[in-house]
Design a binder for this molecule. Structure first.
Ligand SMILES: [Fe+2]
Length: 581
């Protein structure tokens, strides 16, 4: 490899989605050699145990330069083989069996760790593609982003009763190397490709990870030593030596604070302090999807009559629609004409405001807002997005990196803390491929900067999703945490989406009268210096560094900077010293 490290695009993809496809990692000769071995031997497991020379190409892949280069960065130097390579096929997998993996409960030896630019995916499955896999062929499937899921996987998703639109079948070409995070939820669907499925899988783990025992004769040994003959079984269990067949998985000691008991089951025993509330009114599939993706779609919130009233009101005031900015920001894919907007929907004359006022404090919506970010959320106004065919998209924006707490997402102890949520009500259908809301699922947990190709959608790496919507559906998204925007509108029927931005109880995003020191404090601020007044302001728009007056120390002296950065700022932010003589 002629680079020192993975590109930001590659880091971002693995970090956000939990997988990376290295195109063309194998040359044609390698592919033919490996396929010939598999054809001749007919074996699909224990492939390192094949007799020479059949085993040679299988051994060569252990140290393939592409593999080593990537795993040094993803797993960490010193990574080791965990299990014998095997073919992923009908002989080794059961089509339609329950999905396996996921990050809740956490399995530290398989988990994904990231902090301050240090990353360890403690297990990675390296899958070499020896034959093409096309869309709809079936075979290997996974749930992207699930390596960072904090929420227990819903039963329906595990069993396949409901794929929740999150199960992804990889499209691969012969020669591709697919790297899968070990904590990614994955499964196997019925294979319907023309040729045999040829995915050759090697599982690697970090240098210290204890996961699978090897196959060697020494692993069969009983390591219980004589001197332990006179100690209790529980004591013997606590002294186990790792890495042998009989200690993998290790023994389980069940405790209650008074007794300790060795049980036959080797299931993990790991007490915690919380019990899931069976009486919660939260739909757990919704919670899982929200945490996994960073957005949520509710179906059929509006009925036909309500939709008709809302659309009629917009038709009636069509002449008030104003064409706003073109927002593709240099993207080829998103370029088009300016975005037509109709604001002031709550203030339309009666009865035309009625269908929009019903959207405010609606029980179905308000309940989601409460569990997503706690009570006390508030909205600004309602704006209808009325894009016409040829209208520009909106380049994708916002992300978890760089961090912006006032618009971020945190999951802790069963609660969602989302500080900025946008809700969009669909007044017309949004079919696939014709434009509209788009986002990067999982980007609310990104630790790498959004690549330019994702923002422009010109090189989106398959990470951008455009949800298919019906009139009456409502979309929630983590405005500020999740990377989102819109694809160019290609539908001859104009877009009709009503957008409502909610801010949490904890942060301001739009200025207001109380920003001014004299409104907040009265006479108390009379005669204060500019530096003092900068501290006496009320909560203002909180978007990165440069949008409020701030103190700086230069050569030991305090100065106030009013310099404004690129981010939007409230109209209350002064552009110069506000103190009065
Ligand atoms: Fe936005």
């Amino acid at each position: 490899m002629d680079r020192e490290s993975m590109s930001n695009e590659e880091n971002y993809c693995f970090d956000v989605a939990g997988y990376l496809i290295v195109k063309g990692a194998l040359v044609k000769g390698d592919i033919e050699r490996l396929n010939a071995v598999l054809d001749q031997t007919g074996e699909s497991t224990d492939l390192l145990a094949l007799p020479a020379p059949a085993r040679d190409p299988i051994r060569d892949l252990l140290v393939h330069p592409h593999l080593v280069w990537y795993l040094n960065q993803i797993v960490g130097h010193g990574f080791i083989l965990d299990t014998q390579p095997e073919l992923i096929c009908d002989k080794t997998r059961i089509a339609g069996a329950a999905l396996a993996g996921g990050n809740e409960p956490r399995h530290p030896g398989r988990a994904y760790y990231h902090q301050n630019d240090r990353r360890f995916s403690e297990t990675v499955q390296a899958i070499w593609t020896l034959g093409d896999v096309k869309s709809g062929d079936g075979g290997l499937v996974a749930v992207p982003c699930s390596h960072k899921s904090f929420v227990e996987t819903p039963e329906d998703l595990l069993t396949g009763a409901d794929d929740m639109n999150v199960v992804h079948q990889f499209e691969l070409e012969a020669g591709d190397l697919l790297l899968l995070a070990g904590s990614l939820l994955q499964g196997f669907r019925k294979w319907s490709g023309e040729e045999d499925l040829r995915l050759l899988s090697y599982q690697f783990v970090g240098r210290g990870v204890i996961q699978s025992p090897g196959d060697g004769p020494r692993t069969q040994e009983d390591t219980t030593r004589d001197l332990m003959a006179n100690i209790r079984a529980e004591q013997r269990a606590a002294l186990y030596l790792p890495g042998y067949q009989h200690t993998t998985p290790p023994p389980t000691l069940v405790t209650d604070g008074k007794t300790v008991k060795l049980v036959d089951s080797k299931e993990v025993f790991h007490p915690g302090i919380y019990i899931k509330d069976p009486n919660t009114t939260i739909d757990e599939k919704e919670f899982y999807f929200w945490d996994l993706c960073g957005h949520l779609v509710l179906r059929n919130v509006m009925d036909e009559d309500w939709l008709a009233e809302a659309n009629e009101a917009i038709d009636k005031y069509e002449d008030r629609i104003e064409v706003g900015l073109e927002l593709s920001r240099g993207s080829k894919a998103l370029a088009g004409t300016g975005r037509p907007l109709l604001g002031g929907l709550l203030e339309l004359p009666e009865p035309y405001s009625d269908p929009f006022r019903r959207m405010v404090a609606h029980p179905v919506i308000e309940h989601r807002l409460n569990w997503m970010g706690a009570s006390g959320g508030r909205l600004g106004g309602l704006t209808a997005f009325c894009s016409v065919q040829g209208g520009s998209g909106h380049s994708l924006h916002d992300a978890n990196e760089p961090l912006n707490p006032g618009r971020g997402y945190v999951f802790q102890n069963g609660r969602s803390y989302c500080e900025a949520i946008t809700v969009t009500w669909q007044l017309r259908d949004v079919p696939l491929g014709l434009g509209g809301f788009a986002c990067v699922p999982g980007s609310h947990k990104a630790q790498y900067r959004m690549p330019p190709g994702v923002s422009s959608c010109d090189d989106h790496m398959g990470l951008v999703t455009q949800p298919v919507l019906k009139a009456g559906d409502v979309v929630f998204f983590m405005d500020g945490a999740q990377t989102h925007g819109a694809l160019a509108w290609k539908n001859p029927i104009p877009r009709r989406g009503v957008l409502i931005k909610y801010s949490s109880r904890n942060f301001n995003r739009s200025g207001g009268e109380m920003v001014h020191p004299e409104n907040r404090w009265g006479d108390l601020v009379d005669g204060m210096s500019d530096a003092q007044l900068a501290l006496m302001r009320g909560p203002d728009r909180d978007v990165f560094a440069k949008n409020v007056p701030r103190l700086e120390v230069k050569e030991g002296e305090i100065e106030v900077s009013y310099e404004k950065g690129a981010a939007l700022y409230s109209k209350e932010a002064p552009s110069g010293p506000p103190s009065k003589e």
